[in-house]
Design a protein around this ligand. Sequence first.
Ligand code: GLN
Length: 244
Amino acid sequence: MELRVCALYPDQMNIYADRGNIVFLQRRCEWRGIGFAYSSAGPGEPVDASGADFFYVGGGQDRDQAMVAADMVASKREDLAAAVESGAVLLAVCGGYQLLGHSYQLGAEKLPGLGLVDLETVREDGPRLIGNVAIEVDLGSGPRVLAGFENHGGRTYLGAGVPALGRVLAGQGNNGVDGREGVRRHNLVGTYLHGPLLPKNAWLADHLITLALERRYGTRPELEPLPDALEDAAHASARAAAGA
Ligand code: GLN
């Protein structure tokens, strides 16, 4: 088996070393003898909806997002929509997450989004939402906790009936008001949890690897357990930092 990952705008959308999530996916595959194929799609480059099963976009500053937003809609929207509809994993972090929705309103400027999920992001008055965060999520195997760090000025509001990724246990989440964090649709996951999201939450990495391999090979693989003492310690530490 081989995990095929495609990173979107890895040079532009990589704040807080969000690219480290890709390295983590690679290691967890290699440690199990699963192949790992990496590709990327930058400005102007199309994506191959069936060539990869795991698409990834990291966070970015408003400036970075302004540079990629229109390009992403023009060069990648159709193929990414097809990929998500056919069960590909799409993991989008912070600035990347914001660009999955209809738009990101930045004062007088409105950045276009991919429109893959019904949500909008608005830069409102008020402080940036910064700090450690923990959320409770249920991706089908019972409640689990994701722990991480958030830093965003934009506030995201989900459309009616759109499922959040999780419920905020500690921290701010999508907008600091409604207690919701991130978004889910098919195998698309958007979240404000930054940087080493996957190293701090190895179970999520394995869950997403499983979904991506299932898309390619038609059956859901049973991933070999790994000795996760370091990952478990990182998770516990992130969770304690959030006070959850
Ligand atoms: N620029 C966006 C905001 O401030 C996202 C920031 C980020 O990716 N950390 O809301």
